[in-house]
Structures are given as structure tokens and as C-alpha cells.
Design a protein around this ligand. Structure first.
Ligand code: MV4
Length: 494
């Protein structure tokens, strides 16, 4: 078993990993930038070292500095979290060569999955259904025209070095194709240093559904069911849930089996996600995310499996602690990403000082956060404040519980996207489970819904701005909760 882990990340995910370390009797080492000196994760760790100035390129992305600090502190493994160096094959290789265990797949697998054309080709070989399209890079217009005519318009051109939606171009007809090909190649070159692009049939409003996978060094691979992440804006997921309302047990078993088999096929070690588009009852492979994901807690809530602990076991050459037949999905979980951004002003980031903070609790609630009262959210990184995750016996109970928890959640001093989440939890189509990747742009009343909700809460604002008067704050929470009840959304089940 590894004995000491350096966490090459910040915020809530750094704390998430350290919590697993503590439960397993493993020592934790934090590295923090000058902007994160007062961050909770730097205090929570057993040891913490400053790694450099605020910009990520000078700190969290500095491979040599991370490796040096791991060696100096005597860490025998590095957990990269998500983002930053998590899927960087060069970093994984530097760990491999420095005799430090990288908690994640091998540099070979990271390279294979990081190139989207290669990943697509591997998945075709493994028998995974993919979106109709090319299995090669497309360099010439003639090639693009032939494939587009074969699969039919609209098509989408994607950079092979990309992922997560960056730099994609939708093409409606042949007239637009030449220009789109050229501009996507140019963008791919400047953004990823690789002009390779590929073409797929464009699906118009699919659901985004992904399978959680675990593979160990003994050749075992299992799936923990799916998550639906259709509620996103500009490729930033905002709400995720498990299971998906669109997936039947039979579909889950079939697709999960295919995904786990593909993980074995490539020799996948660690936790990972296989992303699919789901349209007209069919799954189409998109890409593999070779890391722990932000939304992993919804899977933990319904399966009871601690995914980070499994990652650490796998890195220690231990077998998975659970067999496929033992995986049970129980109830429904939903996650809302609570961000420091203004939902009424095009979701602009709103970093700054949290003057008062009260997070929800009670049955079925989990809050993963890295903040506290009087903490200042720095402007240098992504503006996530916390993740609010709820569990319910069914989807309706989970939604009611999320609504209740959002009304308990009080953040004074900076604007957050809590009003957005409140509006979605009352949206009729969300409640029916009618989701798609264009949900937010299609639901044109969300902005008005948010405004109405905030107007209703106005009378409470004065109470909430007395952050040090506990009684007034609690009275305000109770009053807000009462308003929710009055709206009559909660109908007791017969
Ligand atoms: C697609 C697609 C439709 N058809 N691929 C976005 C995230 C990335 N992992 C893949 N993405 C998409 N891939 C096919 N064949 C729709 C999306 C997509 C999207 C694409 C461009 C602009 C906005 C989008 C929003 C959601 C999903």
C-alpha cells in the first residue's frame, strides 16, 4: 500500500482525496500556490508546501516542481485530481521515471485516450458503438466532402487534440464545409499544436450520459452505472445525476458491459469515465475521461463505493474491492455545482470574500467544499465554491431534497448560481426528466424564474446581512424554508 500521497491539486477535490487518505491511514501532502495560502485544503493536509506564484502555469502545472516536492516530502505517490496535470501523459511519464506512483492510468493509456482519433479507433476495435464518422484524421477537403456526403449533414468537425467541447465546428451543408475545415484546423494548431481534426455526424439535442469505470492492475474492470450530465452551459456541467432517467436496467447492463470490456481491452488502470451521446434510444461513444471527475459523488451516493479509495487501492496493486455482481444501484443522487458566478449577468465569475457561510445538512445531503466563512475566493482558478449532492429513494425525493437544501444554503458576500439551481429544480421538464444538452438554451423562462425567485426572497436579505447574529440568520433560513412550502411544490406522496 502507498504510504504518503502528494495531492497535485487544490480546492474541494484536494480535500476529497485527503479524506480518503485519512480513512486509509495514509499521510497527505498538499502543494499550494501563493494565492491558496489560506485555502482549507492547505490546512487540512498533514504537510503543506508552497509551490509558486498564483498563475497555474507557475504553480499547479509546474511538473518539475511537483515531482521535486514529492521527493523532498517523501511521498511515494501523487494524486492529480481533475484538471491541471490529471491527464497529462508527460506528467505521468515523469512520475513513472521518477519512481513515484501516478494515481491514474499509465502514460501509454493517457496518450492513447488523449488523442481523440486514436481513442475512437481503439473503441471501434473494442466493439464500442461510435457516432458515424471518420476513423482517420481528415486533412483534405475532398476527404471531408466524401465522408460528409456519406454520413449526411449536419456534421461536426472536432480537433483530435481537444476534448470537452473546445474548438468544435458544426457544419450545416457542403457550402460551409471548406471554410469550417480550414478554421477548425487552424484553431486546432494554435490551441493544441496539432492540426489533426476528425468528422462525425452531428446529433442535434442528445443527452450526455457517461459510465463510471474502475480497472485494476490484475486485469479486472467493472462499471458503476451511469451519470447523466446534460445540464451544461458552454461545456461547463452544472447539474449531474445518477442514474439517468433515460436508461433502463437492461440498457445499463448492456452498455456497462461493453464499456468495462473496452477498459480491459486498452489495459485501463484506475478510475475513468466513458462518455456517450444518447439519442433515440442509442448510445454513441464520444471520449474517455482518464481521471476522477468532478461529478463522481453522485455515483458514490447510489453505489456506496468510495471511488477515490479504489483509485488508491489500484495504485497500490491491490484488486478492486468489489465485483461487478456485487454492484447495486440504490435510489437517485443529484449534484449541483455551486459556483461563484452571477446567473443574472451571463454567469460572469464573481470571486471575492465570503462574509457569511451556512451549508445545508440533514438526511441524504453531502457538501464537498473547500471554503469557510471569511475565506476569499481567488480570481485565478475556476470559480467553483462547492458541490451540493443529495440522495433520495427515487428521483422525486432527490429533487425535493435538493430544493430544500438549496433554500438552506446561505452564502453572503459574493453572488452564486444558487438561484439558477433553484429555478431548474422547479422546471417542469427537468422534473419530468426530459433533458438534453441544449436544455439551458431551450428553457427560455429560466432567467425570469430566477428573477421571480430572488424577488420573493428580497424581504429576507436584510436578515441575511447580519452575518454575526446567529439567531437572525437561523430565523431567515426558517422563513425561506417556509416560503418553499407555501409554494405548494411539495406534495406529500399517497
Ligand atoms: C457532439 C455533439 C453532437 N454530435 N458530437 C460537447 C462536449 C464534447 N465532449 C463533445 N460535445 C459534443 N459532441 C456529435 N457527433 C454535441 C456536442 C455538444 C456541443 C457541441 C458544440 C457546441 C455545443 C455543444 C453542447 C453540448 C454538446
Amino acid at each position: 500500500m502507498v504510504r504518503k500521497i502528494l495531492i497535485a491539486n487544490r480546492g474541494e477535490i484536494a480535500i476529497r482525496v485527503m479524506r480518503a487518505c485519512r480513512e486509509m491511514g495514509i499521510a497527505s501532502v498538499a502543494v499550494y500556490s501563493e494565492a491558496d495560502r489560506e485555502a482549507l485544503f492547505a490546512k487540512y493536509a498533514d504537510e503543506a508546501y508552497c509551490i509558486g506564484p498564483p498563475p497555474a502555469t507557475a504553480s499547479y502545472l509546474n511538473i518539475q516542481k511537483v515531482i521535486d516536492l514529492a521527493k523532498e516530502s517523501g511521498a511515494d505517490a501523487i494524486h492529480p485530481g481533475y484538471g491541471f496535470l490529471a491527464e497529462n501523459p508527460k506528467f505521468a511519464r515523469a512520475c513513472e521515471e521518477g519512481d513515484i506512483k501516478f494515481i491514474g492510468p499509465s502514460s501509454r493509456v493517457l496518450e492513447l485516450m488523449g488523442d481523440k482519433v486514436t481513442a475512437r479507433r481503439e473503441m471501434i476495435k473494442a466493439g464500442v458503438p461510435v457516432v458515424p464518422g471518420t476513423d482517420e484524421c481528415v486533412a483534405e477537403f475532398g476527404q471531408a466532402r466524401d465522408i460528409a456526403n456519406e454520413i449526411g449533414y449536419p456534421v461536426i468537425i472536432k480537433p483530435s487534440g481537444g476534448g470537452g467541447g473546445i474548438g468544435m465546428t458544426i457544419v450545416a451543408n457542403e457550402g460551409e464545409l471548406a471554410k469550417a475545415l480550414e478554421s477548425t484546423q487552424a484553431l486546432a494548431t494554435t490551441t493544441f499544436g496539432l492540426c489533426d481534426v476528425y468528422i462525425e455526424k452531428y446529433l442535434s439535442n442528445p443527452r450526455h450520459i457517461e459510465f463510471q469505470l474502475l480497472g485494476d492492475s490484475k486485469g479486472n474492470a467493472i462499471h458503476l452505472g451511469e451519470r447523466e450530465c446534460s445540464i451544461q452551459r458552454r461545456h461547463q456541467k452544472l447539474i449531474e445525476e445518477s442514474p439517468s432517467a433515460a436508461v433502463t436496467p437492461a440498457m445499463r447492463a448492456k452498455m456497462g458491459k461493453v464499456a468495462a470490456k473496452a477498459a480491459r481491452f486498452v489495459g485501463y488502470e484506475g478510475a475513468g469515465t466513458m462518455e456517450f451521446l444518447f439519442s433515440d434510444g442509442r448510445f454513441y461513444f464520444l471520449e474517455v475521461n482518464a481521471r476522477i471527475q468532478v461529478e463522481h459523488p453522485v455515483t458514490e451516493m447510489v453505489t456506496g463505493v468510495d471511488i477515490v479509495k479504489e483509485q488508491i487501492r489500484i495504485a497500490s496493486d491491490l484488486p478492486l474491492s468489489i465485483k461487478q455482481e456485487e454492484v447495486r444501484m440504490n435510489g437517485n443522487a443529484i449534484e449541483c455545482r455551486i459556483n461563484a458566478e452571477d446567473p443574472l449577468n451571463d454567469f460572469v465569475p464573481t470571486p471575492g470574500k465570503i462574509k457569511s457561510y451556512h451549508s445545508p445538512g440533514g438526511t441524504g445531503i453531502r457538501v464537498d467544499s473547500g471554503v469557510y466563512t471569511s475565506y476569499t475566493i481567488p480570481p485565478f482558478y475556476d470559480p467553483m465554491i462547492s458541490k451540493l449532492i443529495v440522495w433520495g429513494r427515487d428521483r422525486d425525493e432527490a429533487i425535493a431534497r435538493m430544493r430544500r437544501a438549496l433554500f438552506e444554503y446561505i452564502i453572503v458576500g459574493i453572488k452564486s448560481n444558487i438561484p439558477f439551481h433553484k429555478a431548474v429544480m422547479e422546471n417542469p421538464r427537468f422534473i419530468k426528466g426530459e433533458l438534453g444538452t441544449h436544455f439551458i438554451e431551450n428553457e427560455t423562462t429560466l432567467l425570469e424564474d430566477m428573477k421571480r425567485m430572488m424577488e420573493r426572497e428580497k424581504p429576507l436579505e436584510e436578515k441575511l446581512t447580519h452575518p454575526f447574529e446567529e439567531k437572525k440568520r437561523i430565523a431567515a433560513i426558517a422563513a425561506v424554508a417556509a416560503i418553499t412550502q407555501m409554494r405548494g411544490h411539495v406534495q406529500p406522496k399517497q
